[in-house]
Design a protein around this ligand. Structure first.
Ligand code: BTN
Length: 255
């Protein structure tokens, strides 16, 4: 991308008009040795993938549908921190480019008010305990109008254009996102997770809210109180006991 001021994030771009999903294409590129920072972009995804096997609505030309390949030399248990880092980078880019008051819903949804504007899907390729690479899928509703969403989504999702009233310049947004991601990522690799934890908490939709969580092993209700030093969500139940939640589907209720 001409004018991109990064060392490696976004320096190699693989762009398509129409794909099923950018995720498997990024895996394919990574397996063939694509350099760290490679991004796979598409104008339209016919089978966009969301978390937990859900579909991701990805109509032509209205969004940013991209998958980023990174190859961090970190232990496997730390890889969920890359999702938190990505959410921070996206939230900071949206704030900077549009001024909109975005929030991060744990672990990886970006919200404006009570509506989702962006989702992140992180997929890991590892051998025994070594990370080969991560594919981080970012789906951002950029220029969609309300009429672009199917009726079952219209109540729960939004776009930057709907919220700001202005069309988004997608190429300059992607460039800025690559720059902010690289700054955060380089800092993380040198200095660790503390700054991401702070920035994530500053942008958090979740902290302070009553949540009902369905984890693999239990249903839990309580107040989200913060992240621990590793990025795991801490939830305080009614008895004051703190639970650490690594992965779950989260529902919210009024305080
Ligand atoms: C979520 O469920 O919130 C995650 C959505 C991730 C969507 C993006 S769009 C680009 C990349 N390609 C996909 O098929 N999914 C991710």
């Amino acid at each position: 991308m001409a004018g991109l001021e990064t060392d490696r994030i976004g320096q190699n771009v693989i762009a398509y008009d129409e794909v099923v999903s950018t995720q498997p294409l990024a895996h394919e590129a990574a397996a063939k040795g694509a350099v760290e920072g490679t991004i796979v972009l598409a104008e339209l995804q016919t089978g966009g993938k969301g978390r937990l096997g859900r579909p991701w609505h990805s109509p032509k030309g209205t969004g940013i549908w991209m998958s980023l390949i990174i190859r961090p030399a970190i232990p496997l248990p730390k890889t969920p921190q890359m999702t938190l880092l990505t959410a921070v980078a996206v939230a900071k880019t949206i704030r900077e480019e549009t001024g909109l008051p975005v929030k991060i819903k744990w672990p990886n949804d970006i919200f404006i008010g009570d509506k989702k504007v962006c989702g992140i899907l992180t997929e890991l390729n590892a051998e025994s305990d070594r990370v080969n690479y991560l594919v981080i899928g970012i789906g951002l509703n950029a220029n969609s109008l309300e009429s672009d969403f199917p009726s079952e989504l219209a109540q729960i999702v939004t776009s930057l254009r709907i919220e700001s009233g202005e069309p988004l310049k997608r190429v300059s947004f992607i460039q800025r996102l690559c720059q902010i991601f690289e700054e955060e990522y380089d800092h993380y690799l040198q200095a660790g997770f503390a700054r991401i934890k702070q920035e994530w908490e500053n942008h958090s939709y979740t902290i302070g809210k009553w949540v009902t969580l369905q984890t693999i092993s239990q249903q839990l209700e309580g107040r989200a109180v913060g992240l621990d030093e590793e990025g795991v969500l801490k939830v305080e139940d009614q008895t004051g006991q703190i639970h650490k939640v690594y992965s779950a589907d989260v529902n919210y209720r009024a305080n």
